[in-house]
Design a protein around this ligand. Structure first.
Ligand SMILES: Nc1ncnc2c1ncn2[C@@H]1O[C@H](COP(=O)(O)OP(=O)(O)OP(=O)(O)O)[C@@H](O)[C@H]1O
Ligand SMILES: [Mg+2]
Length: 236
């Protein structure tokens, strides 16, 4: 579904990704793990077109989208839910749903999709007239996930949706993510919680210092990467 080829990007003059090749297989959950600062968010942002590609390319179903702006990638079916659950804080839940579905022009489609989002995430229906800024952390993540229902992408990039949530809420987030995957959506998810990441993943990417340390199935990962050591190193 998605592939990067020798992807290089960064901030200012500092190169952060040093030639990254990843594959995101169709219809699966791919999880990206790695120590803090290893470039996980940068990889997602570069693939989504939120930061510029310096060299290399991003292919969406074989089409090179590297030169396209983020909104053009959204129209091609690639949607990103950024770390920190960015929503429009001073709009209501209902208004946020409309805003994130900006490519959808028909009023009827907008209503139908919002209804579908409320069915999928009932807490949002209860809170539909509340300002987004008044939502709990967990509710904000649900609102961020609702973007997927509103936009109907082919591929969604999720950056640490479980960050700062209670174990119960993390369970709910992962239940929803699994339900989306079961509907056939391809998902690439960055996760700090390695156990959680591996429980849902079909494909795993381990990113360390801006380079791919491992990529493949979960079973082989344990033999090839010393996860305990990697994450202790990464905390330093
Ligand atoms: N907006 C920015 N401006 C400058 N440098 C940045 C910016 N965002 C990230 N960086 C730097 O790029 C590197 C990779 O950061 P990135 O956010 O991609 O890591 P990460 O793996 O997502 O980390 P975390 O697990 O903490 O979310 C880090 O050295 C970071 O300091
Ligand atoms: Mg990050």
């Amino acid at each position: 579904m998605l592939a990067t080829r020798g992807l290089v990007s960064g901030y200012g003059r500092v190169e952060t990704l040093h030639g990254v090749d990843v594959e995101v297989p169709r219809g699966q959950i791919t999880t990206v793990i790695g120590p803090n600062g290893s470039g996980k968010s940068t990889l997602l942002k570069t693939a989504a077109g939120l930061i510029r590609t310096w060299r290399g390319s991003t292919l969406l179903e074989g089409e090179d989208i590297s030169g396209r702006p983020a909104h053009a990638r959204v129209r091609r079916g690639l949607c990103m839910v950024p770390q920190g659950r960015v929503v429009f804080p001073f709009l209501t839940v209902a208004e946020n749903l409309r805003m994130c579905a900006y490519p959808v022009k028909s009023e009827r489609d907008l209503r139908a999709r919002a209804e579908e989002a409320y069915e999928f995430l009932p807490v949002l229906r209860e809170r539909r007239n509340a300002l987004a800024t008044t939502l709990s952390g967990g509710e904000q993540v649900m609102l961020a996930i609702a973007k997927v229902i509103m936009l109907r992408p082919r591929l969604v990039l999720l950056d640490e949706p479980s960050l700062g949530l209670s174990p119960k809420m993390i369970g709910l987030v992962y239940q929803k993510v699994s339900e989306l995957a079961a509907r056939g959506l391809t998902i690439m998810i960055v996760e700090q919680n390695v156990r959680k990441a591996l429980a849902v993943a079909g494909h795993v990417v381990v990113l360390v210092l801006g380079s791919v340390r491992y990529q493949g199935g979960v079973a082989r990962l344990e033999n090839e990467v010393d996860l305990g050591r990697l994450f202790v190193e990464g905390k330093g």
